[in-house]
Ligand binder design. Structure first.
Ligand SMILES: [Zn+2]
Length: 259
């Protein structure tokens, strides 16, 4: 497949995945409030889907490409290990320098304080949509349409609860349902940007493929471990969170192996 179609497919697929965010954001018109328990359960479900996508659609193909591209049996796995670490390290650095709030919406305080916390939460979700877009884009590496489409479906699915969480949070501080939904939709538009960049990287430089897939995997693992798991286990809902994460993982694993 020519590099141009890889780029187009990566971009279009990540745009489709961000439709999940839009769908979830529009949910604010019917679901006006999420209990803490519901939010923890839903965000954990999203994390489970992300986790399985990381393994089955990013790391496994990365290891396959790695062994194809390098002659020595050690260089492939090592480049995947290096890429994974790099992805997590870059996300770590971004988190150090970009002000954001972890997914937790924090204590209720003065209105201005609460408002700024909500905006930091929106920033956190927006930031984590970038590696997700990147994952979808690099998923098309080597013209692997099936892998890219599976990733887009998985990421699109887990975007639904994330979009809903953003829009409901904005509604709770006094934004109108329409504005809450529109800002939620906008938070998902980072995804096609990541998708375009990821697809361009693997389309132009084939030797980058194991690195790029592993990089996206490391970035996703960082977000799951640094944000979603701690925050969803912080409010007494850890049993529910563990099992919805497991449910999401199984769902994505089945999706990946049955498509
Ligand atoms: Zn996510």
């Amino acid at each position: 497949m020519d590099p141009g179609s890889v780029v187009v497919m990566g971009f279009v697929a990540s745009l489709c995945a961000s439709a999940g965010t839009a769908l979830g954001s529009l949910g604010v018109f019917t679901i006006r409030r999420l209990s803490r328990r519901m939010e923890d359960g839903l965000l954990s479900l999203a994390a489970g889907i992300m986790l399985a996508a990381t393994f089955f659609s990013l790391l496994l193909p990365a290891l396959e490409y790695g062994s194809e591209h390098y002659d020595s049996s050690l260089a492939g796995p090592l480049s995947v290990a290096g890429g994974t670490f790099l992805g997590a390290a870059v996300l770590f650095l971004i988190h150090q320098y970009v002000p954001h709030e972890h997914f937790s919406r924090g204590r209720e305080g003065s209105d201005a304080y609460k408002l700024s916390r909500i905006w930091l939460f929106v920033t956190a979700i927006t930031l984590h949509n970038f590696p997700e877009g990147l994952a979808v884009g690099v998923g098309f590496a080597g013209g692997e349409v099936k892998n890219g489409v599976t990733l887009a479906i998985g990421i699109g699915l887990q975007n639904i609860p994330e979009g809903l969480a953003v829009a409901v949070a904005l509604l709770s501080v006094g934004y109108t349902p329409l504005r809450s939904a529109l800002i939620g939709i906008a938070s998902g538009l980072v995804e096609p940007v990541g998708g375009l960049l990821g697809a361009m990287a693997v389309a132009t430089l084939e030797s980058l493929m194991p690195w790029a897939l592993a990089f996206a995997a490391g970035a996703m693992l960082f977000v799951i471990s640094d944000e979603i798991i701690p925050e969803t286990h912080n409010n007494g809902n850890q049993n529910l969170a563990t099992f919805t994460l497991l449910g999401g993982f199984i769902l994505m694993m089945l999706l990946d192996t049955s498509l």
